[in-house]
Design a binder for this molecule. Structure first.
Ligand code: ECB
Length: 138
């Protein structure tokens, strides 16, 4: 069975984020602020349908999709571009391709125990982020 990505996840590490943001054309002031924050991911998965919210004191971002269905993504509040975005599941990994102005753009999520991995790619830059599951109180 594929993993269930649902839950609340807090960032624990973030490698090469500055160069990833540079590849998206983000200005230095914004990059320096963005580097200081540790966002939280809130993922709701219902079968093939997902909502991923990335929350921080600086910006919030929300994306909603169904596996295998290409959609129009507006990265409003991030680099403010339009993409044709497709997310699929490949061997338990959530694989996103963001077709648009930027070459080789996308991301991959996978789970290992209580760790949620995220690799964000744009052009020749790969940013590796690690999030850890926030335990729910029953
Ligand atoms: C929303 C929290 C990010 C705060 C950064 C604020 C300003 C920087 C502006 C642009 C930087 C470009 C990208 C930011 C990197 C991460 C945010 C969303 C990454 C993403 O697309 O996550 C996917 C996979 O979890 C779901 O949208």
């Amino acid at each position: 069975a594929p993993p269930d990505f649902s839950g609340t996840w807090n960032m624990v590490s973030n490698e090469n984020f500055d160069r990833y943001m540079q590849s998206l054309g983000i200005d230095m002031i914004t990059r320096n602020l963005a580097k200081l924050i540790k966002p939280q991911k809130i993922i709701e998965q219902n079968g093939d349908s997902f909502v991923i919210r990335t929350l921080s004191s600086l910006r919030n971002y929300r994306v909603q999709f169904t596996l295998g269905e290409e959609f129009d993504e507006d990265t409003k509040g991030l680099d403010n571009r339009k993409c044709k975005t497709l997310v699929t599941l490949d061997n338990g990994r959530l694989v996103c391709v963001q077709k648009g102005e930027k070459k080789n753009r996308g991301w991959i999520h996978w789970i290992n125990g209580d760790d949620l991995h995220l690799e964000l790619t744009c052009e020749d830059q790969v940013c590796k982020q690690l999030y850890r599951r926030v335990q729910e109180n029953h």
